[in-house]
Design a protein around this ligand. Structure first.
Ligand SMILES: [Zn+2]
Ligand SMILES: [Zn+2]
Length: 388
């Protein structure tokens, strides 16, 4: 099963959908035009069921195979939301919405899954049910979580689920994947340090929260470097340090730190939270100040299950020939993780070639990747639910 010939025929049509999505980006859960167009196309292909409004603005299509002897259903997922970025590509189909851009290639994911839907509805060469999932709010809104909470898996009887992301730097026409954790968990924290304000010339009469916050920033680096097994990846970045009014001669009353913690091993998350709390409170206490930690759990790690990963690799190899099966885990996060926590499955990277990086104003999804991605999506359905 190389790239399916049908996708070569459908390519101009799929590219037109992709560029239309690209020109009209929408954010988070607010996707009236995008989700409406996805649903309209799925109906036009003759999908057996198209349900809108799952997980607020998600769309799900059901396509039944020629037979259903085992009662199996396989889910395929694409994301639909864009980013709050001002596009700088200058392309003819560039964003028409100021300050919004499909800079993560979700326009391409939708187009490839729609292409697969059209092919599957035409051919139906599988034994079971294909469930095509178009989710909102991947970029920070937890739309995948919302769909799972809205009963996605139970309502459509999904046994396994598969997702894909285009990846700049992975050669065009190839795939990359790994067994186990592929993307990190992403938690956020805010530390508020309270000291005692005063005159900059009389520090002994004040408690300087700026110095305490600075010591906490330094001490937090031990979470990754001293407190965690060096073979278990942890990234801790303090990204905001806020204190004072802009004055040159006032010790402020408070200081605030904000940052993110990324981990692959789920067991490290509670341990790291406890370490952060201890470091913040005890460092502050040593200076006579106080510190409070707000811990905001984010997306869990995206973890591929062994058997579905083998299946994903086999289909990718048949489509592309070249698959990097030891792709290094990425410390970015992905909310397909919620779907993989609910059902076994796998998440694969589809080569976008030598393009600008994701979330860059000059990024562009590579339309030449469409036949590969669409063939992989459709191939997963035929491979996991073969006709007798
Ligand atoms: Zn993104
Ligand atoms: Zn993305």
């Amino acid at each position: 099963m190389p790239v399916k010939n049908r996708f070569a025929e459908l390519l101009p049509e799929i590219i037109a959908w992709r560029r239309d999505f690209h020109a009209h980006p929408e954010l988070m859960f607010d996707l009236p035009r995008t989700a409406g167009r996805v649903a309209e196309l799925l109906r036009s292909f003759g999908a057996d069921e198209v349900v809108e409004g799952i997980g607020r603005s998600g769309v799900v299509a059901v396509i039944r195979g020629r037979t259903d002897s085992r009662g199996r259903a396989i889910g395929l997922r694409a994301d639909m939301d864009a980013l709050p970025i001002e596009e700088e590509t200058g392309l003819p189909h560039a964003s028409t919405a100021p300050g919004k851009m499909h800079a993560c290639g979700h326009d391409g994911h939708m187009a490839m899954l729609l292409g697969a839907a059209k092919y599957l509805a035409e051919t139906r060469a599988f034994d079971g049910t294909a469930v095509l999932v178009f989710q909102p709010a991947e970029e920070g809104g937890g739309g995948g979580d919302e769909m799972v909470r809205d009963g996605l898996m139970e309502r459509f009887g999904i046994d396994e689920i598969y997702g894909m992301h285009n990846w700049p730097g992975v050669p065009l026409g190839t795939f990359a994947i790994r067994d186990g954790a592929v993307m990190a968990a992403c938690d956020q924290f805010r530390i508020t340090v309270t000291g005692r304000g005063g005159h900059a010339a009389k520090p002994h009469q004040a408690i300087d929260p700026v110095l305490v916050a600075s010591q906490i920033v330094v001490a937090l680096q031990t979470v990754a470097s001293r407190l965690t097994d060096p073979l278990a990846p942890v990234v801790l970045s303090v990204c905001t340090l806020r204190a004072g009014t802009g004055a040159y001669n006032v010790i402020p009353q408070t200081a605030e730190l904000r940052g993110t913690l990324r981990t692959l091993d789920p067991d490290l998350r509670p341990a790291a939270e406890a370490q952060l709390r201890r470091i913040a409170t005890l460092t502050a206490e040593a200076a006579g100040a106080s510190a409070a930690l707000d811990w905001m759990p984010g997306y869990p790690a995206t973890v591929n299950a062994p058997e579905p990963t083998r299946a994903a690799i086999a289909v990718a190899q048949s489509v592309a020939g070249s698959v990097d099966t030891g792709f290094p885990p990425q410390m970015a996060a992905e909310d397909f993780s919620y779907m993989l926590n609910a059902r076994p499955g796998a998440y694969i990277f589809c080569g976008n070639g030598d393009s600008a990086i994701l979330h860059h104003p000059g990024y562009e999804f590579n339309d030449e990747a469409i036949p590969f991605g669409a063939s992989w999506y459709a191939g997963m359905i035929e491979a996991r639910m073969p006709l007798d």
